[in-house]
Design a protein. Structure first.
Length: 285
């Protein structure tokens, strides 16, 4: 639904505070084979990693879909990267699916991760690791194909993906500094009671300064009274022109739930006064 952004922001996905579920075992499979590998160069001719093509057939693990991607696997210098860099799908990218890759500069080990949406709204992640046949040549000489051994462990990510309607942000207003630079935004956000499970309704005023730290979620101010245990908070990114909202509440069962919604990119940031947020990830905290 949000393309590379969701997957991209994994930056944004990373703001979810629930811990990953324990891994479970799946059957062993054949390795993936990376082809057309060569040096990845950026900036002033600086080698920053390796790029290659890799694919996997549908069902390589239980309910895993096929993928065919081109990966820019940037070097990491101090151990594992949190995710790696998103690869580009050769065809349509399924919703909530993504492939990431990175290369260890010291060992030339390449790690590829595949995320997909499984039955019941559960997101799963598999991984494969291989070693480059040699350091990529600066002149772009192709590398020999190399194998990526796929782990039999599959990890379920926290939260359940579902359709929880649409939140509409209205009355948008923008805050600028003395030089006219956009510094923040405020808007009104509301949802009816029962829009998800036994979620209480909310009617809040939200304000934030743009913040690169995706773990900081300022709390919105209720307009009128608010249900006990209910709280709305948000984060926004100028880089990706999106805003992410959390609605947290205590259910009738005594558990704490958190629903996460993200807007589509806002191309006219600084001018848009009404937009939608799509709540689609439900966590139990």
């Amino acid at each position: 639904m949000h393309g590379s952004l969701l997957t991209t922001l994994a930056a944004v996905a990373g703001v979810v505070t629930a811990a990953p579920a324990a891994s479970h075992k799946a059957r062993a499979i054949d390795p993936w084979v990376a082809t057309d590998g060569k040096v990845l160069v950026e900036g002033h001719g600086i080698a920053v990693g390796v790029q290659f093509d890799v694919s996997a057939p549908a069902g390589y693990l239980l309910d895993a879909p096929a993928f065919s991607v081109h990966c820019p696997a940037y070097y990491v210098y101090n151990g594992a990267a949190s995710n790696g860099t998103a690869c580009t799908f050769s065809g349509a990218q399924p919703a909530y699916s993504a492939v990431y890759a990175y290369t260890d500069y010291n060992t030339l080990a390449v790690t590829v991760r595949h995320q997909w949406l499984s039955a019941g709204g559960v997101r799963k992640v598999s991984s494969a690791v291989g070693t480059l046949p040699s350091a990529p040549a600066y002149d772009g000489t192709p590398l020999d194909p190399f194998s990526l051994q796929v782990s039999s462990a599959v990890t379920a990510l926290p939260g359940i993906i579902g359709d929880y309607g649409v939140w509409t942000a209205t009355n948008g207003d923008f805050v600028r500094d003395s030089a006219g630079r956009l510094r923040g935004m405020q808007y009104k956000l509301s949802a009816p009671a029962g829009y998800a499970l036994d979620a209480p309704g909310f009617d809040v005023s939200c304000y934030y300064d743009y913040n690169p730290d995706a773990t900081v979620f300022p709390v919105c101010t209720p307009i009128g009274s608010a249900a006990a245990g209910s709280q709305v908070s948000l984060w926004a990114s100028v880089l990706y022109n999106i805003t992410t909202v959390h609605h947290q509440w205590t259910g009738a069962d005594g558990k704490t739930y958190q629903l996460v919604g993200t807007s589509d990119p806002l191309p006219n940031l600084g001018q848009v006064t009404e937009f939608t947020i799509n709540p689609d990830l439900l966590n139990t905290l």
